[in-house]
Design a protein around this ligand. Structure first.
Ligand SMILES: [Zn+2]
Ligand SMILES: [Zn+2]
Length: 130
């Protein structure tokens, strides 16, 4: 392990990461950077004027953790869609066109992971229906 990390960490997801599917309700288990040690695997602490390091307990010294991609957002929130198809995510306040397939991950908002439900009169591209 290189103790002196400066600059950007070249972060790559692991091959074992799940793909978003209907089975995991489009919220796959993925590898995330450990927020406690920021990939380092060690926690640094000062004691009597000297710095020491110990393996990060949060990630068991691995530097990364396996977690669901999105936190919560499992209860669908209803979208209000205007006549020209514009809407706003109630969770992250992102404005988008309801017809834009790039916005969706199944029925999840790709940006924030919130499940969204659309009024019935809006015909959408849903991956599971095709
Ligand atoms: Zn850690
Ligand atoms: Zn959102």
């Amino acid at each position: 392990m290189n103790d002196c990390r400066i600059g950007e960490v070249n972060w790559r997801p692991e091959f074992s990461d799940e793909q978003p599917t209907k089975e995991n309700s489009f919220n796959p288990v993925v590898t995330k950077m450990c927020t406690k040690c920021k990939l380092d695997g060690y926690i640094y602490f000062e004691d009597g004027g000297s710095w020491y390091k110990k393996p990060c307990e949060y990630c068991s010294g691995k530097g990364s953790v396996k977690e669901r991609k999105y936190e919560g957002g499992d209860s669908p929130l209803a979208l209000e869609v205007s006549e020209d198809g514009r809407t706003k995510c109630p969770k992250c306040n992102f404005r988008f066109k309801v017809t834009d397939p790039n916005v969706w991950l199944g029925d999840r908002h790709r940006r924030c992971g919130q499940r969204l439900s659309v009024p019935d009169n809006w015909l959408l591209y849903w991956p599971e229906k095709s």
